[in-house]
Design a binder for this molecule. Structure first.
Ligand SMILES: [Zn+2]
Length: 245
């Protein structure tokens, strides 16, 4: 069996080289063909180098506290990896849309690794668990997956922290936030989350909530508030993209 596996190995390598030749990986932003030893499969080095880093955690937290008033803020620390503008296309949002709406799970993992590396640099807190922002069961049926879980998987590869997928759940099917003002977003997400089947994990623990895009932070704050009500000691947040309006 071992011999057969060894004999098959060069064939597998040949098959994947042939596939790379016939259908090479391309950058989703500039469509350049990616080298066969590429680190990322959806973005080229040149486009990657042009992505704008997110503001540092204390800037993000100050912006967040301004929107949510200090007594309503449930998040202690916010880590962002990149900043991006919705209107500036093509760009990072094309990758996020592909992850979110077109089933490109691997994008979440690859970018999640980058967010994991940023977390190592930008936070000194030891986290007990990663909590991806839950999606409503109806939306999961529609989409087939939760993109925040893909990001958390990539982060886990770097941080080696367990992912708590079922600690919280989304109880309300909230409308899309894209066209809402910051006040409407707060109302839209308030009370949207509740205890999941594994909510007891949260008691006394320090968690890192994971999401794809940070705009006003209403969703993250609502998730953090629910976690604190269920006994979480501290809730921080990590997001791939900080959207500039
Ligand atoms: Zn490119």
């Amino acid at each position: 069996m071992i011999l057969l596996t060894r004999l098959m190995q060069p064939l597998n390598t040949m098959a994947s080289s042939l596939l790379d030749f016939l259908m090479p990986w391309r950058c989703m932003i500039c469509y350049a063909v990616l080298p066969s030893d590429t680190l990322w499969h959806y973005i080229c080095q040149r486009c990657f180098d042009q992505l704008e880093p997110a503001p540092p955690p204390h800037h993000l937290l100050a912006a967040f506290d301004r929107i949510h008033q200090t007594d309503e803020s449930a998040i202690s620390h916010i880590i962002g990896r990149w900043s991006a503008h919705h209107e500036r296309r093509p760009g990072l949002f094309d990758l996020v849309y592909a992850l979110k709406y077109y089933g490109y799970w691997q994008i979440g993992i690859e970018l999640g690794r980058e967010l994991g590396a940023a977390t190592q640099l930008l936070s000194t807190t030891r986290y007990d668990g990663l909590v991806p922002v839950p999606i409503h069961p109806a939306r999961r049926r529609e989409r087939g997956y939760n993109q925040a879980e893909a990001i958390a998987e990539g982060m886990q590869q770097v941080l080696h922290i367990p992912i708590w997928r079922n600690a919280l759940c989304r109880m309300r099917y909230t409308r899309s936030q894209t066209t809402l003002s910051s006040t409407e977003r707060m109302v839209n997400t308030r009370g949207a989350f509740g205890a999941g089947p594994d909510s007891t994990r949260l008691r006394g623990k320090t968690i890192l909530i994971v999401d794809d895009v940070f705009t006003t932070g209403s969703t993250l704050n609502s998730v953090a508030m629910t976690a604190l009500q269920l006994g979480t000691a501290r809730a921080d947040a990590a997001t791939l993209v900080v959207a500039t309006l």
